[in-house]
Design a protein around this ligand. Structure first.
Ligand SMILES: [Zn+2]
Length: 90
């Protein structure tokens, strides 16, 4: 579940806004495949430049996680209620 949430965060090229990057040397150097912009600071530079975007995504995910939990709780209550209805006295 955690992996899925992480995948929704996408880094964008600050020059063209594309999300297609070329990674090298364990992300120590990153190049945009579309416009050729090079990030010599690698992954960390890209993270820093995308900080606002990342924060927004995290906020969105927080709400998503909250909704999932709420749904789970509702289902649990529904099941518990259904169970109670099925109790029969003989
Ligand atoms: Zn680019």
């Amino acid at each position: 579940m955690k992996d899925n949430y992480n995948k929704s965060i996408q880094f964008r090229c600050i020059t063209c806004g594309d999300t297609d990057f070329d990674f090298k040397d364990d992300k120590a150097w990153i190049k945009c495949n579309r416009c050729g912009k090079e990030y010599n600071g690698g992954y960390y530079e890209l993270v820093e430049l995308n900080q606002e975007n990342i924060n927004q995504e995290l906020e969105k995910n927080k709400e998503e996680i909250g909704k999932d939990l709420q749904k789970e709780m509702t289902d649990m209550f529904k099941k518990a209620f259904k169970g109670n209805k099925n109790i029969k006295f003989k």
